[in-house]
Design a protein around this ligand. Sequence first.
Ligand SMILES: CC(=O)N[C@H]1[C@@H](OP(=O)(O)OP(=O)(O)OC[C@H]2O[C@@H](n3ccc(=O)[nH]c3=O)[C@H](O)[C@@H]2O)O[C@H](CO)[C@@H](O)[C@@H]1O[C@H](C)C(=O)N[C@@H](C)C(=O)N[C@H](CCC(=O)O)C(=O)O
Ligand SMILES: Nc1ncnc2c1ncn2[C@@H]1O[C@H](COP(=O)(O)OP(=O)(O)OP(=O)(O)O)[C@@H](O)[C@H]1O
Ligand SMILES: N[C@H](CCC[C@H](N)C(=O)O)C(=O)O
Length: 484
Amino acid sequence: MKLNQLLENIPFENEKPIVDPEIKGLTDSSSEVEPGYIFIAITGYQSDGHSYITDAIKKGASAIIGEKDALECPIPYIKVQNSKKALGTVSAIYYQNPSHRKKMIGITGTNGKTTTSYMVKHVLEDIGYSCSLIGTIQNIVNGEKFETNNTTPNALRVNELLADSTDDVVIMEASSQGLAEYRLEGIEFDLCLFTNLSHEHLNYHGSLDNYFEAKKQLFYKLKHNGTAIINVDDFYGEKLAEELHQKGMNIYTFGESRNADLQMNELNLTHPYSVHLKENGEKFPVVSPIPGYHNLYNTTITYAAAKAFFGERQSIIDSLEKFPGVEGRFNIYRLPNGVTTVIDHAHTADAVLNCLQTASDSKTGRLVHVFGFKGQKDMDKRKEMIKISTEISDQYILTLDDLNNVPENEMIEHLYELQNEYGNDKGKIMKDRTLAIEEAIRLSEEGDWVAITGKGHQSYQQAYAYSVQSDKECLQLFLSKDTE
Ligand SMILES: CC(=O)N[C@H]1[C@@H](OP(=O)(O)OP(=O)(O)OC[C@H]2O[C@@H](n3ccc(=O)[nH]c3=O)[C@H](O)[C@@H]2O)O[C@H](CO)[C@@H](O)[C@@H]1O[C@H](C)C(=O)N[C@@H](C)C(=O)N[C@H](CCC(=O)O)C(=O)O
Ligand SMILES: Nc1ncnc2c1ncn2[C@@H]1O[C@H](COP(=O)(O)OP(=O)(O)OP(=O)(O)O)[C@@H](O)[C@H]1O
Ligand SMILES: N[C@H](CCC[C@H](N)C(=O)O)C(=O)O
């Protein structure tokens, strides 16, 4: 593809290049530049791509896109206002707008994106579609699994994955940071799903309203005839539905709210968790494959998405019931001594509340809770999480999560501060997560539940000297059999 063709939709701030080289590839990483590539210089959080322009030129780059003034660049230098945005635009053009050729589903919200994406994949596959998935745990394209660092990868990677996909549908988690960082620039969706919005990532967004503004952007990426599926029991979901409705966009709402298009009634909050859905005046029961009030919402949003893909009602309901669950999302393990343990990725106050409430409703004895906080993440949510644990669990053990480069002493000190201010005398602090899990089990007896939250599927602990085991590996010692 020629440079000028690639720059078609890019408003650049300097002179149009007079040469028009053939572009053989594109990258924002100097280490990946090959002869004929265009290098997009991005100002990141750790380093600045603009400092690698000379490197990129040495490696044979044919053109550079950047947002800073270029000093004497021997190859075309295209100055743009925002390199991250430009990366999205050129990636989409280079790969010939793969999202326009696919059925695209985007899922956003504070909690439930991963669970919903796997549920939707499961049901759509059952009703005959092949699906790619891009999300927190991994990316899956044409049945092949790829590791990922981000929930929403950068724009170049997103386009590469979409272009490689020969699947009918691509299901994507859209994180608020991903949206704010233009990782979905140039991508369009057929369906956009809104699960909920609560306190999270405020260290990044500054306020809940800014966080919502970031999430909202997903819905302005809907294709002309696309539909937004929105949880209107959520305050921000209702706000979003109102705004999109006023703009004349297609929306389909769900929730317990009387105004919802798909109404949730008669929620059964004991095993088997179920809900009666009311659609066009008809009411029918749906069983949630995973326990918990919150999973009734994930089940309902999945039903709505599958209906939008012309799924037949009973087939969707049957498929949902057979959903095997998601790694690290309310995974139950029963120990030989009659103690039930649950591993869950809850890392927001709302998620902890849902997880502990579900465990508490199921226990016949006590509930012990083991949890910690990832370093460098929103610190404000920590007190809420401790307050909830103090209220619902019978005993909690605060332990280390990923330190994420925060010095261990600093994190432990903060745990003590939080414990003193918001905890109670039932709480204790044990820095070794493996020992904390062992202690929780030691403290428990038949009928008791132990909830281990925060990490879920994650099998690594960054910069953490004590344990490199996943929560599930810690449990192995105590297990007689696998997941229930
Ligand atoms: C804070 C943040 O968003 N960081 C993202 C960002 O990294 P960065 O800004 O540190 O990048 P950098 O290392 O400074 O590099 C800047 C540029 O210089 C280039 N470079 C760098 C070095 C070099 O030798 N040559 C070179 O060209 C890099 O390729 C890059 O283009 O760009 C990277 C590549 O796209 C992302 O992987 C990385 O996400 C990190 C891992 C991250 O933790 N992000 C979090 C905040 C995040 O986005 N989380 C959400 C999910 C949240 C949730 O729901 O819990 C997500 O979508 O993942
Ligand atoms: N619909 C929901 N409402 C509230 N809490 C939920 C919901 N679904 C899941 N949760 C809770 O949130 C945790 C994370 O779920 P999930 O991974 O599906 O969400 P996510 O939005 O992908 O989160 P993240 O991207 O931050 O990992 C679960 O382990 C559970 O405790
Ligand atoms: N996707 C999130 C998950 C963090 C989970 C958790 N361990 C915490 O916040 O405490 C991240 O990697 O930032």
